[in-house]
Write a protein that binds this ligand. Structure first.
Ligand SMILES: O=C(O)C1=C[C@@H](OP(=O)(O)O)[C@@H](O)[C@H](O)C1
Ligand SMILES: C=C(OP(=O)(O)O)C(=O)O
Length: 439
């Protein structure tokens, strides 16, 4: 454990750049490892989760090399040519690595065992086991479809049509990656849109993938299997989920005016910015452009008086990882914020509904937990006044640690976080960036 007290801060001013997008970084390595030839990546997130993906792709035959800061080279083996890993694949804390790689293994004639840390070992894998079994893969999982688990891939795998029962980009992506090596068309029907990086990047690597909107509004994604992927040069845009902590920090600390450069604004990821604007946050976009096939802008964030709102559950998939820090913004707003439709938050690195309820209550916020969300009475802009002996329990969850660090900046006496180590899974430079701004 590495505890730290995050102290109240003066205005956050200046210009920062957040690291590369985690979702796009994982996919750059995976797709690069399936292309024949060299894929070059710049701006790769060098967090522990992405490094778990890199190690796994090496164990399955690809060459994945770091050339410099965020600059990587991947020499792929080709779709269908992944090698049998010699040891269990250690996925660390990363749900994305686990679920997407289970999909890749499922359609190759190899067997792989997946292991992970205490947090990952509690997370449900049945959501990918079920459709990948339909494709012909066999699984031996721990109780309740959890890690450690072993996947025996099928050759040939059966291309299926599958309607997603949960809004999950990880399940969608696992099936599309499995479909890459299945003979025929794999169809994933997505009633509620989730992040579309897999679709964009598969197309970019030359896969035959189409998206059609059905009469009921669902997205129907069709991928032609036995694909040949062509190596790419990829510039990874900044991660909006990492920018989120600094966006909220600048909104809630009086006197702040912070520029965050190169933030990815893919509409399937940008829900938080829209919600914070509805709450009265001033977030300006400068120099909108395209980076790596994704919309990007620099954001200028001004301290703002925020108002509590009722958040439309339809926006949840576009900000699914941003709720912990949105709860912090709500705790500092004027009036009541109501969130619903957040069941998925209970199966992330921690149960983010109950863990944030406890953390914010300890920090002095007024919070009520419901089955599918939190209701928060804001402080009206005044600092959070927690009890001096309260300590946030992070439960191996990076986003809880970073959210409560932000709460500390806007508190009277600081907020104690029990363990800052999980931050390195997605944002190793977080504390250095924060310390450089808050003096
Ligand atoms: O596909 C991805 O890269 C991700 C999808 C989301 O998970 P779910 O698909 O489980 O919602 C998100 O929470 C995670 O951080 C990254
Ligand atoms: C849920 C997350 O990641 P993963 O599912 O990859 O562990 C996250 O980063 O907030």
């Amino acid at each position: 454990m590495k505890p730290r007290r995050f102290m109240p801060s003066g205005p956050l001013r200046g210009t920062i750049r957040v690291p590369g997008d985690k979702s796009i970084s994982h996919r750059s390595i995976m797709l690069g490892a399936l292309a024949v030839g060299e894929t070059r990546v710049t701006g790769l997130l060098e967090g522990e989760d992405v490094l778990s993906t890199a190690a796994a792709m090496r164990a399955m035959g690809a060459s994945v090399e770091r050339l410099g800061n965020g600059e990587w080279s991947v020499h792929g083996v080709g779709v269908g040519a992944l090698l049998q890993p010699q040891n269990p694949l250690d996925m660390g804390n990363s749900g994305t690595s686990t679920r997407l790689l289970m999909g890749l293994v499922a359609s190759h004639p190899i067997t792989a065992t997946f292991i992970g840390d205490a947090s990952l070992s509690k997370r449900p894998m049945g959501r990918v086991i079920e459709p990948l079994s339909q494709m012909g893969a066999a699984f031996e999982a721990s109780e309740g479809g959890r890690l450690p688990l072993t996947v025996r891939g099928a050759l040939p795998a059966v291309p299926i049509e599958y309607r997603l029962p949960v809004a999950s980009a990880q399940v969608k992506s696992a099936l599309l990656l499995a479909g890459l090596n299945a003979p025929g068309i794999t169809t994933v029907i997505e009633p509620v849109p989730t992040r579309d990086h897999s679709e964009r990047m598969l197309r970019g690597f030359g896969a035959d993938l189409s998206v059609e909107i059905a009469a009921d509004g669902a997205r129907v994604i069709r991928l032609v299997g036995e694909a040949e992927l062509k190596p790419q040069t990829i510039e990874v845009p900044g991660d909006p989920s990492s920018a989120a902590f600094f966006i909220v920090a600048a909104l809630v600390v009086p006197g702040s005016e912070l520029t965050i450069q190169n933030v990815g604004l893919n509409p399937t990821r940008a829900g938080l910015i829209e919600v914070l604007r509805q709450m009265g946050g001033q977030i300006d976009e400068v120099d909108r452009r395209e980076v790596g096939g994704e919309p990007v802008a620099d954001l200028v964030v001004h301290h703002s008086a925020l108002n509590g709102i009722e958040i439309d559950p339809a926006v949840v998939p576009s900000m699914v990882d941003e709720f912990p820090v949105l709860f912090v913004a709500a705790a500092l707003a004027e009036g009541t914020t109501v969130t619903t439709g957040l069941e998925e938050l209970r199966v992330k690195e921690s149960d983010r509904i109950s863990v944030m309820a406890a953390a914010l209550a300890g920090a002095g916020a007024r919070v009520t937990e419901t089955e599918d969300g939190l209701t928060i009475e804001g402080s009206g802009g005044g600092p959070l006044r927690g009890t001096s002996n309260s300590r946030t329990k992070t439960h191996l969850d990076h986003r809880i640690a970073m959210s409560m660090a932000v709460a500390g900046l806007a508190s009277r006496d600081g907020v104690e976080v029990d363990d800052t180590r999980p931050i390195a899974t997605s944002f190793p430079m977080f504390e250095a960036l924060l310390d450089g701004l808050s003096r």
